[in-house]
Design a protein around this ligand. Structure first.
Ligand code: ZN
Length: 430
């Protein structure tokens, strides 16, 4: 299908100015943007859509999360990570089945779409059911089976690898698959190395929680004599590494950051989850100056407690400015880049997260008539610091609508709400 969206306003953040916008025509041909220009003559037979009331942006890339944790939302608000995991999450997760994961994931995907996200990262289990949900919702995702080596489950790495082979580059390229060793405190170093090796062989990324809490780094250091990142580097894990997507990285030294930079790794920042679990606040001066590809994730809805990227981005920007005591420490353009093209790069999606000729048509149409965009003094500023998900009118992924005028097209949201509520009650009862 060929469509031209006429007179759409887009952010022009590449020129170094935060508040520049341009009014353009956007030609979408099949799954891609074929042309963006001041004026595009519609090809014969093309649909023409007046987009003059919209700000059009690339969809957000949510670079770290656990979609089905919507099922566990609100179960533990006042506990630190280790208690939250061992006393509240792991026991309920042991009771989940594939359909629980499917409906929980669909709810997160619906929330994500309705708040402007088109690409998701996931690390969980029953991952085939997550893939089924992603495929039906019509969005883009990089999915991994979260694997621990301390639970004595047989064949876990093989299962993880089978999932990668089954799903990588499926659904017209919308789904990528990866390895997901859970964290240094649930895996042995040898298991981490095996995950790295298999990911390298298959050419996929590794998703890995790293340096989330101070205690986790201290415990590992007491056992192995160095922080997880430094220890893995000393053991040679980062020589010819697969592409690593490290979640959290709250407690980092300059050397840890250098190792990740030199390894070509990305860091997914999860500020709201870290704040809520009392895990701490990263040294943003260090991270921003490190040269590591920084991106943004919401983490799961049991520690956030939603998957709204705009909210995540706003809190991240505020904490970056507040904690470094520098209002100019992070620009509007840099924040938006972290939540779009940096995330796409981290997840291994090429041509995603930008508005340019040849990029994938993953587009969010924001209603500029929403009060939060009035008086349009600075549209990029209004998007980041004033707007919320209410202003998301329509969302397209790979040239197909996944939400049109607030109506989700691939998800029966009433059925999902009913199923999630029913299943969450069963899990909460334990
Ligand atoms: Zn996580």
């Amino acid at each position: 299908m060929v469509r031209v969206f006429t007179s759409a306003r887009i952010l022009d953040t590449g020129g170094g100015s935060d508040d520049a916008t341009r009014v353009v025509d956007i030609l979408v041909d099949g799954m891609k943007i074929s042309r963006i220009a001041d004026h595009v003559d519609p090809p014969e037979g093309a649909g023409v859509v007046d987009a003059s009331k919209y700000l059009v942006t690339p969809g957000f890339v949510n670079a770290h999360g656990h979609l089905a944790m919507t099922l566990l939302r609100g179960l533990a608000d006042e506990v630190p990570l280790d208690v939250w995991l061992h006393n509240y999450m792991f026991p309920r997760e042991a009771l989940m089945n594939g359909d629980d994961i499917y409906y929980g994931s669909l709810l997160a995907l619906a929330e994500g779409i309705m708040s402007g996200t088109t690409t998701f990262a996931d690390m969980y289990f029953f991952e085939d059911d997550v893939a089924r949900a992603v495929d039906e919702a019509g969005v883009r995702a990089n999915l991994s089976t979260g694997t621990a080596s301390l639970d004595n489950e047989q064949g876990r790495l093989e299962k993880s690898e089978e999932f990668v082979v089954r799903w990588n580059n499926k659904a017209d390229g919308r789904i990528k698959a990866s390895f997901g060793p859970h964290a240094p405190y649930t895996t042995t170093p040898a298991f981490v190395m095996e995950n790295f090796e298999r990911a390298r062989e298959l050419g996929v990324i590794v998703q890995f929680h790293l340096h989330e809490t101070r205690e986790e780094v201290a415990d590992f250091t007491a056992t192995y004599g160095a922080s997880p990142i430094s220890y893995y580097a000393d053991q040679g894990y980062f020589e010819n590494p697969p592409r690593l997507l490290a979640a959290h990285c709250v407690h980092m030294t300059a050397r840890d950051a250098e190792i990740l930079r030199d390894a070509g790794a990305s860091i997914a920042l999860n500020i709201q989850s870290n704040l809520k679990l009392g895990s701490g606040i990263a040294d943003y001066r260090l991270l921003l100056g490190s040269g590591v590809n920084l991106c943004v994730g919401t983490d799961g809805a049991a520690s956030n407690d939603n998957v709204d990227m705009l909210e995540e981005l706003r809190v991240l920007g505020l904490v970056m400015k507040g904690s470094t005591m520098e209002a100019s420490g992070i620009s509007n353009a840099s924040l938006l880049t972290m939540a779009t093209s940096n995330g796409a790069q981290a997840l291994g999606f090429e041509g995603v997260g930008t508005l340019s000729d040849g990029a994938t048509a993953d587009l969010v149409f924001w209603d500029l008539e929403d009060e939060s965009f009035c008086p349009r003094n600075n549209v990029a500023s209004h998007l980041l610091w004033s707007a919320n998900s209410r202003a998301v009118d329509s969302v397209m992924v790979a040239g197909s609508w996944v939400m049109e005028h607030r109506q989700l097209l691939g998800i029966d949201i009433d059925k999902v709400r009913f199923e999630v509520a029913r299943r969450a009650r069963r899990l909460a009862d334990g």
